[in-house]
Design a protein around this ligand. Structure first.
Ligand code: NAD
Length: 314
């Protein structure tokens, strides 16, 4: 039986990954500094550890693993990223430095790092897609992106020195059920789903800048498929993960309103917008055989259903 470790398993994507790996028969150790907020996980073992600490990372990796999935990070949407840059740079860098060193000394076979398309520079709305190599010369828009870029390089260096397989997925914005949907760390799809669920039919929701920025969103189950596929593949270069579908945030509001069967108006308000546009090549991941099963409408229908339930239970 394959032994796998999921770090950051108490979080959104890590939780879905635990469900996926358990379902395929892996023995799963899940690790996080906090317990999962929204559901019990089918992990064989759940360890509560603060992975900023080197000894905690050694404890997490104790026993030997075929695959390590590193998803622990101090993480949130644009509002959090723009206000917590010191915490992100200190906490996530500590986690990544200690986890990769512990993995190297434990002799793991395969190590997956969750990186982000935040490693890329800002783009104009009509620019052609950037490839993974276009992350250099580096000019990420925010400190979260710089931390990810440094972590990518650290993981690759340790893999070269210690001769194990490292895989790096650069995630587009991920959305789906069982993710943070309130409190300040939620990302745009969850925040919009919550606001639409709270609004009456014909109501108005506030959107930073009115929603003209362009993004791509990946449904969490599709993302988890890609993560597992990439980890077990021979592709050792950083790899973008997400569909080709690009929308404005205003489009995302309209799709959410449609699945909620509500008429919703947007009121523009001041707030952190992040980059103006994103457009990245998905050739590397599609060449491995990955294709998304959910389009944005289907994915938002699932996400809205779950968030509307949470809102109703408050
Ligand atoms: P999340 O916040 O839901 O999960 C991260 C988990 O890490 C949390 O459960 C948190 O408790 C845990 N964690 C934080 N500090 C820790 C510590 N010191 N020790 C142990 N655990 C700790 O975030 P997510 O959306 O599931 O993201 C997972 C990974 O994917 C992160 O690396 C994130 O940067 C990356 N990513 C996510 C997105 C997205 O849209 N969600 C996009 C790009 C990249």
């Amino acid at each position: 039986m394959k032994r796998v470790l999921v770090a950051g398993a108490g979080g959104f994507i890590g939780g879905h990954l635990v469900v996926r790996l358990s379902a395929e028969g892996c023995w799963v150790r899940a690790v996080d500094v906090t317990e999962p907020e929204y559901r019990d996980l089918p992990a064989d073992e759940f360890l509560t550890l603060d992975l900023r600490d080197a000894d905690a990372c050694l404890r997490a990796l104790d026993g030997g693993f075929d695959e390590v999935y590193q998803l622990a990070a101090d993480m949130g949407g644009m509002e959090f990223i723009s206000s917590a840059e010191c915490e992100i740079m200190r906490n996530s860098a500590s986690i990544n430095a200690n986890m990769i060193e512990a993995a190297a000394s434990a002799g793991v076979d395969r190590y997956f790092l969750s990186s982000s398309v935040c490693v890329y520079r800002d783009m104009a709305p009509d620019e052609p897609p950037l490839t993974e190599d276009d992350a250099y010369p580096a000019n990420p828009h925010n400190e979260y992106g710089w931390e990810k870029l440094y972590a990518e390089r650290m993981v690759s260096a340790f893999a070269r020195r210690h001769d194990f397989e490292a895989r790096i997925g650069r995630f587009e914005n991920c959305y789906g059920p069982f993710g943070t949907w309130q409190g300040g760390r939620e990302k745009a799809p969850a925040a919009i789903a919550r606001k639409v669920a709270e609004a009456p039919d014909g109501g108005t929701i506030e959107v930073f800048g009115g929603g003209s920025t362009i993004r791509t969103f990946v449904y969490v189950e599709d993302l988890v498929d890609a993560v597992v596929l990439l980890t077990r593949s021979g592709e050792d270069r950083p790899t973008n993960i997400g569909p080709d579908e690009r929308v404005t945030i205003a489009d995302l509001v309209n799709i959410t309103a449609e699945v909620a069967a509500k008429r919703i108006e947007i009121r523009p308000v001041d707030g952190p917008l992040g980059v103006a546009a994103r457009n990245f090549s998905k050739e590397r991941i599609t060449e491995l055989g990955w294709e998304p099963r959910y389009d944005l409408r289907q994915g938002m229908a699932e996400t809205y259903r779950w968030i509307a339930e949470q809102v109703a239970q408050q």
